[in-house]
Ligand binder design. Structure first.
Ligand code: ADP
Ligand code: MG
Length: 249
């Protein structure tokens, strides 16, 4: 469903960040991307979502047979692309539930799907709260205002559950989480895995993969995927670090 071919990305100042990157995600597959800091993992996630800081100098990204790069970020979201942000921003004055309702119905409207009534949305959001281990009262707090790191991550997962996207890109959704929160993230990802959805998980740690089944693990270094394997590769990286892959052994 997602085909990234020979991708080349730079930033406005001209620095090349990603080169010759290929990644094919079929529906139903989960791909995990690991790699040292600064290797371009967030850049890749942002380019899939359509972030304007990045310039695609070459290659292509096809999503469900369409040229994803030709679409604006909002259009990508409507087509079913979901990106979690590594550092989500706050929206003062907007309650979490109003935000969720706006986002869900905006997408449905653009897809000419029936809108969700407020009462139904509240029920769906309350169920999502339960799944991510937050009290229902959380929905009435201003979005991301005063949320702890863990609460922000959980709020994003609520959004993910309500939007039911076709391809999910999670950029270090597990970073800085305690063991319980990590299990929650793992359970939600597992719950979301199905045969018609693709997942791309960016993570630093093998520990998330104790809770989530991944089909592939890719190692990114200096803007390229330098090694691919299955979940055992993540275990090996945890034990031995990245240097052995970087040395090309
Ligand atoms: P990772 O997520 O693997 O840690 P990033 O994609 O965040 O790596 O960063 C890759 C490289 O690109 C780094 O050298 C980083 O400083 C640079 N970079 C990423 N985004 C920007 C940006 N918006 N402006 C300038 N440099 C950036
Ligand atoms: Mg990053």
């Amino acid at each position: 469903m997602l085909k990234i071919k020979n991708l080349e990305v730079s930033i406005k100042e001209g620095k090349k960040i990603i080169q010759n990157l290929d990644l094919y995600v079929k529906s139903g597959e989960t791909h995990t991307i690991m790699g040292p800091n600064g290797s371009g993992k967030s850049t890749l996630s942002n380019v899939i979502a359509g972030h304007s800081d990045y310039i695609v100098d070459g290659g292509e990204i096809e999503f469900l047979g369409e040229d994803l790069l030709a679409l604006a970020p909002e259009e990508r979201a409507i087509k079913g692309v979901f990106l979690s942000f590594q550092y989500p921003v706050g929206l003062p004055g907007v309650s979490t539930i109003s935000f969720l309702q706006a986002v869900v119905n905006e997408q449905r409207k653009k897809r000419s799907e029936p809108l969700v009534e407020a009462i139904d949305l509240i029920q769906m959001a309350e169920e999502a709260c339960e799944m991510v281990g937050l009290p229902k009262s959380f929905l009435h707090r201003p979005l991301n205002k005063g949320f702890s790191g863990g609460e922000k991550k959980r709020a994003e997962l609520i959004q993910l559950i309500l939007l039911q996207p076709k391809i999910v890109v999670l950029d270090e959704t597990d970073s800085g989480l305690d063991i319980d929160a990590l299990r929650v993230v793992g359970n939600v990802i597992t719950e979301m895995q199905n045969s018609s959805r693709g997942m791309v998980i960016v993570t630093h740690y093998n520990r998330l993969l104790e809770h989530v089944k991944t089909d592939y693990v890719h190692v990114m270094s200096a803007g390229k995927i330098i090694k691919s394997g299955d979940a055992s590769l993540a275990k090996q990286l945890e034990k031995e670090g990245y240097s052995w892959v970087k040395d090309g052994k």
